[in-house]
Design a protein around this ligand. Structure first.
Ligand code: PBG
Length: 356
């Protein structure tokens, strides 16, 4: 479809009412053309609807915290918790039963240090939780890990710091490589690097290959923006930067889509198997551009702030929660996402199953 039907043919009667007329002109339009005809009934609307969500395309982000006996509710993300190792398993089984396609694990360690030692410790929280998950739900849902350092460093940045307090790109790559191998050995089926270091996908690919994990895919957070919408996540993962911000490594929202396409191209050249855009709703243009360009699966992450906004407005009675959730996810899908990461994954998957 080119442009708006009828836009260029005002006053020309019924000529060309079906499709473009001579010279590629748009249809003449009303009264022969009436788009409302296909909106007349729920059955008709359902018949012609062509943007559909499926539970198998949803990924549930999950937080697991070391050394706790009870799951902890998150004030800024009502309905989302930091799991214990056992409550994580119960929730993962629920995700499987709802038909959710994957889960992505974030660890909250008991102790942090400058180099994020817990991230690649075989006895670190994510590695232990992965082993539990493999035993409980292995094969029933894709087990993924977020691969980053910010949850593990005492300074809260996504990489190692130089003496001057700057994030050291190349030194960080060695840490990411080691974390990838630790996660793979513990049972991760997909690793998802989210730190936005240059060369991270290549470094992780090489390390996985050298350890025998040549067939383990990388879902790259390729176009990841320095966003205010990560606010609630910083409570969930206890990883707010202790100084400065992430603008030195995450993308600037005020750069054109061309930069995102370049990041994606670099990640693909380094061996990424699928790419991600993050956040989702404020970057639908980026998502569309990438979906139109690449020949790998494209994921979009509906982040913590996107979740919190809808929940907060709904709690205040200002918005219809269920419709808002469906509408945002439909928009993300319409913009080209093959896979959507969302904290609503289980609820939405259940709802989709009920309406089928
Ligand atoms: C970094 C990471 C972040 C999120 C996912 N991975 C935080 C950040 O970049 O500051 C945010 C996810 C969300 O807001 O839901 N490890």
């Amino acid at each position: 479809m080119n442009g708006i039907p009828g836009a260029s043919a005002a006053g020309s009667g019924n000529r060309g009412a079906h499709g473009a007329g001579p010279g590629g002109r748009l249809p003449a339009g009303f009264p022969a053309v009436r788009p409302r005809r296909l909106r007349r009934s729920p059955a008709l609307r359902r018949l012609v609807s062509n943007v559909r969500l499926h539970p198998a395309d949803l990924i549930l982000p999950m937080f697991v915290k070391e050394g706790v006996d009870e799951p902890a509710a998150l004030t800024s993300m009502p309905g989302v918790v930091q799991h214990t190792r056992s409550s994580l398993l119960k929730a993962a089984v629920e995700a499987v039963e709802a038909g959710v396609g994957g889960l992505i694990l974030f660890g909250v360690p008991a102790a942090k240090d400058a180099r994020g030692s817990a991230a690649d410790d075989p006895a670190g929280i994510v590695q232990l939780a992965l082993a539990d998950l493999v035993a409980e739900v292995g094969g029933d849902i894709v087990l993924m890990t977020d691969l980053c350092l910010d949850e593990y460093t005492d300074h809260g940045h996504c990489g190692l710091l130089t003496d001057a307090g700057e994030v050291d790109n190349d030194a960080t790559l060695a840490r990411y490589a080691s974390i990838a191998v630790a996660q793979a050995r513990a049972g991760a089926e997909v690793v998802a690097p989210s730190g936005m270091m240059d060369g991270q996908v290549g470094a992780i690919r090489a390390a996985l290959d050298a350890d025998g994990f040549t067939d383990l895919p990388i879902l790259a957070y390729s176009a990841k923006y320095a966003s205010a919408f990560y606010g609630p996540f910083r409570e969930a993962a206890e990883c707010a930067p202790q100084f400065g911000d992430r603008a030195g490594y995450q993308q600037d929202p005020a750069r054109s889509v061309v930069e995102a396409l370049r990041e994606v191209a670099l990640d693909l050249a380094e061996g990424a198997d699928a790419v991600m855009v993050k956040p989702a709703l404020a970057y639908l243009d980026v998502l569309r551009a990438i979906a139109d360009t690449v020949d790998v699966p494209v994921a979009a992450y509906q982040v913590s702030g996107e979740y919190a906004m809808v929940e907060a407005a709904a709690a205040a009675g200002w918005i219809d929660r269920d419709r808002a959730i469906a509408e945002t996810l439909t928009a993300i899908s319409r913009a080209g996402a093959d896979i959507i990461l969302t904290y609503w994954a289980v609820e939405v998957a259940r709802g989709l199953a009920a309406t089928r």
